[in-house]
Design a binder for this molecule. Structure first.
Ligand code: 6PG
Length: 249
């Protein structure tokens, strides 16, 4: 494993998938334990996409009933589809993780996509966040951990380059309208992500190498993943050798 630190973030490059997953599980266990000791529960935001599936499958083997009972999972983003749709992040998480661990159903904070429209769904999700974190007006939740992926275009969560949601500074969630080929989405906003105590980007594959190079070099500030800069939390990139193939250090 290689590691480097710059701009207040840490980058870890793994040659082997089993080592990468072992490290991720250790991170999860550490932050979970520390959060439960400190505040009585562990709050985490999980992303969709293909990359984290192996991690969720591995995490499902973690046998700690008392920790799962104190874990509250929110979705970083969701497609505006029903929970049984093949594109639903909730569905993916249920199949890989939720359905296999002893987590109470009320600790899973899904995005309510079943009623109204995209905007209603984003507002309802925001209400759930405000209620759970008991937020006074104008405050952001302090997630213990947010796990993010990166798209080839530099998007993260459902924050796409050039989108209006990227400029959102007041709301905790945003409705994101994409082209007619793709489902609308609901996403946590940048201020929420940047208030987390720990943010981990989990990135694998050669197709991510060009964009990862730009993000780590801070070459293009307009890339959404480059705008993830936690105010006081830790920022960690956990990447495989292929995704790191265009990095110079
Ligand atoms: C989603 C995401 C999204 C994802 C990237 C990377 O729901 O799709 O939250 O931001 O992390 O698109 O996706 P892959 O892991 O599939 O490449």
């Amino acid at each position: 494993m290689d590691s480097s630190s710059k701009f207040g973030r840490k980058v870890l490059v793994f040659d082997r998938e089993d080592q990468m997953l072992k490290f991720m599980i250790e991170q999860w266990e550490d932050v979970s334990k520390e959060s439960i000791d400190r505040r009585g529960c562990f709050t985490v935001g999980l992303s969709g996409g293909r990359t984290p599936i192996v991690f969720y499958q591995k995490l499902a083997e973690w046998n700690s009933k008392s920790s799962w009972e104190r874990t509250h999972v929110f979705l970083v983003d969701e497609r505006f589809v029903s929970f049984d749709n093949k594109d639903s992040n909730y569905r993916m998480l249920k199949e890989t993780l939720f359905g296999k661990i002893p987590i109470p159903q009320e600790n899973i904070h899904s995005v309510p996509t079943g009623k109204g429209n995209l905007e209603v769904s984003a507002r309802e999700y925001e209400k759930d966040l405000k209620k759970f974190f008991e937020l006074p007006k104008g405050q952001y939740p302090d997630f213990d951990l947010i796990l993010l992926g990166i798209g080839e275009d530099g998007h993260t969560a459902s924050l796409f380059p050039g989108s209006k949601a990227l400029r959102e500074r007041k709301r905790l969630t945003a409705a994101v309208v994409l082209d007619e080929m793709r489902h609308g989405r609901i996403t946590l906003t940048l201020p929420v992500i940047n208030h987390a105590r720990h943010v981990i980007f989990f990135v694998r594959g050669k197709n991510k190498a060009p964009v990862l190079k730009k993000i780590l070099a801070r070459d293009d500030p307009s890339l959404p993943a480059s705008m993830v800069q936690p105010r006081s939390g830790n920022l960690l990139f956990v990447i495989d050798r292929e995704a790191s193939s265009q990095l110079s250090e």
